[in-house]
Design a protein around this ligand. Structure first.
Ligand SMILES: [Zn+2]
Length: 236
């Protein structure tokens, strides 16, 4: 394995693939096939940034068959509302997670040093119009202040809350949350020290996971009508 993943060559990728299939080149382990029999369902959908440092299965301690993962730049959720002909990856994934997999939890996970959040203040490179349009989905999280470390952290947290608000705009999500069948969770992962802080719906603040209330009622928008961002996380 190359020490520098960024320098991975085709040979590196093939070597890793062969490692996955085993030294004899046989097919993936039987356990993976067991997951295809339709009896196993993932209980959670993880929406995270595409950043290399965010590794959902490491953060959640999950293995094959335990976690649905949707990753994109910034861990963003587009507004609900497809028009005919639209292909909407997020909506399709939500429907699959909730209808087919009967997921009971959705996690939106932002992180520190997020390039997507920083670019909201500095712009994106020329020649990336799709990226610029995509990042506008987090524009409401921007604060009217120079982007120092504290402002960027606040922006990252505000974006997580904003995506939770967007999720609640999907009827499929809102109805299940209000019925107590689904809980939404906002996380912020510090890539420097590994701490994950969890959005607390009551206080509107992100608190260390060790102090987070494990009760479902503490998750975001458990109560009907309580899907506005709490002041502490949202205020400038
Ligand atoms: Zn990021």
């Amino acid at each position: 394995m190359s020490e520098d993943p960024m320098a991975a060559s085709t040979d590196d990728l093939l070597r890793r693939l062969r490692g996955f299939q085993g030294a004899s080149g046989r097919r993936p382990r039987p356990r993976l096939h067991e997951l295809l029999d339709g009896t196993r369902h993932a209980s959670a959908l993880f929406i995270g940034c595409s950043d290399l440092r965010v590794v959902p299965h490491l953060l959640t301690g999950t293995g094959p068959g335990e976690l649905l993962v949707l990753r994109n730049i910034g861990a963003l959720v587009p507004r609900c509302g497809c028009t005919e002909g639209d292909v909407h990856a997020t909506a399709a994934t939500l429907e699959y997670a909730l209808v087919a997999q009967q997921a009971r939890h959705i996690v939106v996970c932002g992180h520190s040093r997020c390039g997507a959040m920083r670019s909201l203040y500095g712009g994106v490179p020329a020649g990336a119009p799709h990226l610029a349009a995509w990042l506008d989905l987090a524009r409401e999280a921007v604060l009217p202040a120079p982007p120092d470390a504290q402002v960027l952290r606040r922006t990252e947290e505000r974006s997580v809350v904003l995506q939770l608000v967007r999720l609640m705009e999907y009827p499929l999500v809102r109805e299940r949350v209000q019925a107590g069948e689904l809980a939404l969770h906002g996380w912020h992962y510090d890539v420097d020290d590994g701490e994950v802080r969890v959005y607390d719906a009551e206080s509107g603040e992100f608190v260390p996971a060790s102090r987070a209330d494990p009760e479902p009622a503490a998750a975001y928008a458990r109560r009907p009508g309580a899907h506005k961002p709490a002041a502490a996380a949202w205020s400038s």
